[in-house]
Ligand binder design. Structure first.
Ligand SMILES: NC(=O)c1ccc[n+]([C@@H]2O[C@H](COP(=O)([O-])OP(=O)(O)OC[C@H]3O[C@@H](n4cnc5c(N)ncnc54)[C@H](OP(=O)(O)O)[C@@H]3O)[C@@H](O)[C@H]2O)c1
Length: 322
C-alpha cells in the first residue's frame, strides 16, 4: 500500500510517499480500507517531533480517518466486514489501509458520508468537549474563539450557538471572515497584532467574555486573559503553536478557571467515544452542524496540505485521499 512516512523530524521535506507492506490484523483489530484521512494541526506537531516521540521513525503519520472494514482479527465482534467506520488517535492514518483495535472504531451511520465522518473525529469531538464538558456554554454566554475559521474553530462556534451562546471570533485575515460568520460568529475580529482584547472588551461594554478558547500559541495568551470577565473560564488547548511558558499562579486574575483541555482524557472508553460521536453525527444529520471541507489533497500531497495549514491560509477541514 501507499503511505506517508516520516523518517525524521522538522521539515515537510521529511514526509515521504512510499510503498509499505499492508498492515496485518492482530487479535482484536480490524483492517480498514481508508476512504479519507483527516489532517490535523497535531500532525504538524508530530512531524516536528513534539509528540509520539516514543514511536520510532520511520513511522506513518496521521491519526484520523474514515473507511470500510475489510478484514477482522480474532475475537472481534462489535464491527463487521463491509461496515463503514471512523476513528481518531489511531497512528498510521496517512495510508491506504490501517489495522486498528476494533474498540477504537465508531460506526458511521448511512446519512453521514465518509468525508464528513473523517472530518469530525478530532476537531468535532474536541469542539463538543470544549463547549459541553470543559465549559458547558449556557444560554446568554459570550464566548471568544481564536482561529474561528479553522477546523476546530468553525465547529466550536456552531456548537456554542446551538447551546444559546454568542461568539466573538478572531481570525488572521479578512479572507476568513465569511467562513467564521457562516458558522454563526456574531462578531469577527481580524487580528494578528494582539489588538483583539481591546476590541472584544469594547464589544462587551467592558465586561469581557464568559469563556475564551485559545489554541493559538503564546502570543495570544495575555490578550485571552484580558478578555475574560470575573469568574470567566480559560480553555487553553494548543500545544503545537506553543504554550505561555511557566505561569505564576498568583499572577493570574483572581476567580478565573484555567485548564488545558484534551478531549481524549474525558472520553476514555469505547462507549463514551461512540456516544459523543453519535451526538455529532445526529447534529450533522439534523442540519444543526455543518462541516466545511477546506481542501482535499491526494495522499502523495500531504506535505502541501501541511504547508497550507501552516501558512494560515486554510479554513475548515483538510482531507487526504489515499
Ligand atoms: N487539545 C486538544 O485536544 C486539541 C485537539 C485538536 C486540535 N487542537 C489544537 O487546536 C488548534 C487548531 O487545530 P486544527 O487542527 O483545528 O487546525 P486549524 O484551526 O484548522 O488550523 C490552525 C489555525 O491556527 C492558526 N495558525 C496557524 N499557524 C499559526 C501560527 N504560526 N501562529 C498563530 N496561529 C496560527 C490559523 O488560524 P488564524 O490564521 O485565523 O489565526 C489556523 O487556521 C491547534 O493548535 C491544535 O493543536 C487541540
Amino acid at each position: 500500500m501507499k503511505a506517508i512516512v516520516m523518517n525524521g523530524t522538522v521539515g515537510r521535506e521529511m514526509l515521504e510517499y512510499v510503498e509499505r507492506p499492508d498492515p496485518v490484523v492482530g487479535p482484536g483489530e480490524a483492517l480498514v480500507e481508508i476512504a479519507f484521512a483527516g489532517v490535523n494541526f497535531m500532525d504538524i506537531g508530530v512531524r516536528q517531533g513534539m509528540a509520539w516521540t516514543e514511536v520510532a521513525n520511520p513511522k506513518i503519520l496521521g491519526v484520523e480517518g474514515a473507511g470500510r472494514v475489510v478484514e477482522l482479527g480474532e475475537g472481534v465482534e462489535d464491527v463487521a466486514v463491509g461496515q463503514r467506520v471512523a476513528w481518531v488517535y489511531a497512528p498510521g492514518s496517512y495510508a491506504q489501509r490501517i489495522a486498528i483495535p476494533a474498540t477504537s472504531l465508531v460506526p458511521v451511520p448511512d446519512g453521514i458520508d465518509d468525508r464528513v465522518a473523517a472530518s469530525v473525529m478530532m476537531q468535532g469531538l474536541t469542539a463538543s468537549h470544549f463547549a459541553t464538558d470543559f465549559y458547558p456554554v449556557q444560554r446568554g454566554d459570550i464566548a471568544f474563539v481564536h482561529a474561528a475559521a479553522g477546523g476546530v474553530g468553525l465547529l466550536l462556534s456552531q456548537i456554542i450557538k446551538l447551546r444559546g451562546g454568542s461568539v466573538i471570533g478572531r481570525v488572521s485575515s479578512q479572507d476568513k471572515v465569511a467562513a467564521a460568520k457562516g458558522a454563526g460568529a456574531d462578531h469577527v475580529i481580524v487580528d494578528t497584532e494582539g489588538r483583539f482584547a481591546e476590541e472584544a472588551l469594547r464589544l462587551t461594554g467592558g465586561d469581557g467574555v464568559h469563556v475564551v478558547y485559545d489554541g493559538s500559541g503564546p502570543t495570544t495568551f495575555q490578550g485571552s486573559l484580558d478578555v475574560l470577565r470575573r469568574s470567566g473560564t480559560f480553555c487553553w488547548y494548543g500545544p503545537v503553536l506553543g504554550g505561555p511558558g511557566l505561569l505564576d499562579i498568583m499572577s493570574l486574575p483572581k476567580s478565573i478557571k484555567i485548564g488545558y483541555a484534551v478531549f481524549s482524557d474525558h472520553i476514555p472508553t469505547p462507549e463514551l467515544l461512540r456516544a459523543h460521536t453519535a451526538q455529532l453525527f445526529e447534529w450533522i444529520a439534523d442540519g444543526k452542524l455543518k462541516v466545511r471541507i477546506g481542501g482535499e489533497y491526494q495522499l502523495a500531497d500531504a506535505a502541501t496540505a501541511h504547508a497550507d495549514m501552516e501558512s494560515r491560509r486554510t479554513t475548515g477541514k483538510l482531507l487526504l485521499v489515499p
